[in-house]
Write a protein that binds this ligand. Structure first.
Ligand SMILES: [Zn+2]
Length: 65
């Protein structure tokens, strides 16, 4: 008998490779063709950084034009 202690799950950030307990899913180019994009799993730091970078940019240029 005895309780099973659940193993803490560790995830690896796909951007910096750091191990973290909580990942955030970040989909690039969420405004178009998001369904075809592979979501990236980022640690909190990378997620915030990418978010800041994205917000600091004006309307992103369209690469397909
Ligand atoms: Zn990271």
């Amino acid at each position: 008998m005895g309780k099973r202690t659940p193993k803490p799950e560790w995830f690896v950030c796909e951007t910096c490779g750091k191990q973290t307990r909580a990942l955030r899913r970040d989909v690039l180019d969420e405004h178009y063709n998001a369904l075809g994009k592979t979501p990236l799993w980022n640690c909190e730091e990378c997620y915030q950084q990418k978010r800041r970078e994205r917000l600091s940019q004006p309307d992103s240029p369209d690469p397909s034009s």
